[in-house]
Design a protein around this ligand. Structure first.
Ligand SMILES: [Zn+2]
Length: 398
């Protein structure tokens, strides 16, 4: 497990050449006409054909060998605690394992598995600030974990949100996992959070583990969080008519998670597509959870939604990259000049029936990850977790 300096970025010049297929992460143009990416000091500075971009002075050269490059995947819904350890299933190294599944950024939906988690106001604020600081400094394997997501309690006042924001907290944990489970109180606190620049999400559906509760469509719509957290349940989903009410009753993000109800995820996807609202779909795992830790969870969602939801694979990848980045105001997730140089390099898995990577995902197979790059630094080569990629990129020079 590599421990980086706080917010470490690559200080050199990275060139990725011989890209067979470049996915942008952007729904409006998911495939780019380019075979080369240049990044300097961890930021994308060039995208185009080899002969047209300035590759002079590269300090790291990756030959993609005709494979597919996409923005690093973003898991919109995780429950970290501290370090690269989860007490939920008592596993270490879970974040590093996700990196091998192509995930380069994670968003905490609350550090709810902390043993002895404090629920008094001063305690929950202290824990949120601690988690924000700790994951700002520690990046397991290089993965960017946006953590420090307090779970709101009824005793909180507006000043608590001002204080949290001033201390660097930018997220709320899932509304409903703490004492606040009613619409009016949730709405008041979510508005306070928004006033101070803190993003919010909510636990949608039945209780996930003993101790959590039901949050139905009325509470979700009244709370008006920025993201409708796991609209497909975590695991227990709301009835279809309630899911449709939420999709139609607000303009907020519609988050689909691996550890939810897959049929409800497909229903939400179809509803959003009918509404012309695919930009609202974002993906997460909701791991670690009772159903464990899924290093390939985001890839599995991409493949499931593409194959069973009849969405082109290049669009399904946008749900896990550009959509999330835009909704969460992240500087990664899109292959665009100025964005963070975070990439996953993939190819179709060996012996997949698909003719290409996109074809294989559309058939329900998982791609093989051949390399991950974060902030312009090569973090991993052939994945230890995905099925083996047919072709893998080479690190040809540094
Ligand atoms: Zn939840």
């Amino acid at each position: 497990m590599a421990h980086d300096a706080p917010q470490a970025t690559g200080s050199g010049k990275l060139v990725i050449r011989n890209i067979g297929l470049l996915l942008s992460g952007a729904l409006e143009k998911p495939i780019l006409d380019a075979d080369t990416i240049v990044a300097e000091n961890g930021r994308i500075t060039g995208i185009g054909r080899w002969k047209d971009v300035n590759t002079d002075g590269a300090t790291t050269v990756v030959d993609a060998n005709g494979t597919t490059v996409a923005p690093g995947l973003i898991d919109s819904h995780v429950h970290p605690v501290t370090g690269d350890w989860t007490p939920r299933q008592n596993q270490i190294g879970w974040i590093d394992s996700f990196l091998h599944g192509g995930v380069t950024t994670m968003i905490s939906a609350g550090e709810v598995h902390m043993p002895g988690r404090p629920r008094d106001v001063v305690g929950l604020k202290a824990m949120a600030i601690f988690a924000q600081r700790a994951f700002w400094t520690l990046r397991p394997g290089g993965v960017k974990v946006h953590a420090g997501a307090p779970v709101i309690e009824c005793e909180m006042v507006e000043d608590d949100f001002r204080e949290l924001a001033a201390a660097g907290v930018k997220l709320l944990g899932e509304v409903g996992l703490g004492g606040v489970k009613d619409g009016p109180t949730a709405r008041k606190m979510v508005a306070w959070a928004r006033k101070y620049g803190i993003q919010s999400t909510i636990h949608t559906g039945g209780p996930s583990i003993p101790g959590s509760g039901l949050i139905d469509k009325d509470v979700v719509l009244e709370a008006d969080t920025d993201v409708v957290g796991h609209i497909n349940g975590g695991h227990t989903a709301l009835p279809d008519d309630q899911i449709r009410c939420i999709c139609e009753g607000c303009r907020r993000g519609l988050e689909l998670v691996h550890n939810g109800n897959e049929r409800a995820a497909l229903y939400t996807l179809r509803t959003a597509r009918e509404m012309g609202d695919l930009s609202r779909i974002i993906l997460g795992t909701d791991a670690p959870a009772g159903s464990g830790v899924q290093p390939l969870g985001v890839l599995r969602m991409v493949s499931m939604l593409s194959s069973l939801g009849e969405v082109p694979a290049e669009i399904a990848f946008c749900f896990a990259t550009g959509n999330t980045a835009r909704m969460r105001q992240l500087d990664c997730g899109l292959v665009e000049i100025g964005r963070a140089a975070d990439f996953v390099v993939m190819d179709k898995a060996q012996h997949s029936a698909g003719k290409t990577l996109l074809d294989s995902v559309r058939l329900g197979d998982l791609p093989g990850v051949g390399m991950t790059i974060i902030d312009g630094i090569v973090r991993t080569q052939r994945s230890r977790n995905t099925p083996p990629a047919t072709k893998v990129p080479d690190l040809v020079g540094r």
